[in-house]
Design a protein around this ligand. Sequence first.
Ligand code: AMP
Ligand code: ZN
Length: 437
Amino acid sequence: MTYQYWNPRMETLPRAELEAYQLTKLKDLVRYALRTPFYQKRLHQAGIKDGEDIKTLGDLKRIPFATKLDLRAAFPYGLLSIPLDEVVRLHASSGTTGTPTTIYFNKEDIIRWTGFVARSIYATGCNKTDVFQNMITYGLFTGGLGFHFGGEAVGMLVIPSGSGNTTRQFKLMQDFGTTVVHATPSFLLHVEAKMREEGITRESLKLKRAFAGAEPYSEDTRRRIEELLKIDVYNSYGLSEMNGPGVAFECQCKNGLHLWEDGYIAEIINPDTLEPVPEGETGELVLTCLCREATPILRYRTRDRSGFYTEPCSCGRTHRRLYRITGRTDDMLIINGVNLFPSQIEEVIMSMKEVGNNYCIVVEKEGVLDRLTVKTEVGPDIFMDDARPLNALKERIRKTLQACITINPRVELHESGSLPVSEGKATRVQDNRPKDV
Ligand code: AMP
Ligand code: ZN
């Protein structure tokens, strides 16, 4: 097989040169970080007062880890390193409520990010003759605009269809001869089921490839989508704190995700000891973003579980490959691609006075999509045999939750004292989705 490179020099840079490049970029990043209130204090405490205080890549370890909580505490501008009038865009993590983790970009940051997305798309064999339907949420979530501009940079015809509405998605695919789509793996399975339901034949579509990401899925799920839709599926990994998509992506070997090491420095740590794990072992992925000036973030604890393949890839790229992400080291749930912390649900329902003390969250598969059910007890003053006020309350809880978590849950009301009380550490989340990852 012949492999195409978007940026041949950088994608095949010998490791020693790649690391030297990382060091230069890291020094620059520290210089930007020192301009932010958040990092000025942290870096000074670590004895780092200038980029030149970073002498080797090993010096990165002198810098403390950053967490989502840190980023929230720095809201709105604690991590901004440039004057506001140089900022051209902001994005935020999907499904976040309360104080969001907001990332700012200057013009150059957007260009660099777009370059990494274009590189990722090109590595799967796409080119300017492709028609790309971006079936993912546009807006604050980075998957929409990130892939959109990456696709345009490759020269593809980009259809900004956004997520949902499968009937319209089929129409677009047929009208414009879509050859490649981007979606969550669960939406791809949903598309396939709908195709059968609506009698859309595979032959009426020109589909060849899909980029699937934003949520964990197994190799079996990938194969299932590939067989059902007769396409190649490539795993796409990214997170808003590291710009969005284009952090790590599968090449045509489909065997691990190349992490673009000229844009990001990766560490794998044991989430309990915070020490690096031995090479090849799985742990928590920690990332430093070398390609963004406006919002410098160093050693970000992604909470995603992964590790690195030790052998090189046959495509010739020198950037190491991540294992498929197998889950999280915190309690964050991903429901059809949208992030959700159980605490967000608690905040909403516990602020409603008619709601009792106990609740639980159930996540399951309904068909191929995720379904969230919030079961909550009603307060002792509410009578369970009076249906009208109960239904009104249920609807109010559902609407309030949907507004806050951007997911439409099913709500069940239970009599006061009837939900099982968890002993010791509350286990309020039942994730009944098949664990095939
Ligand atoms: P966001 O910041 O909203 O883009 O969410 C980023 C999170 O989505 C990551 O930290 C992962 O937990 C998850 N995610 C993104 N891509 C993948 C993928 N390919 N496989 C598994 N999880 C993913
Ligand atoms: Zn490869």
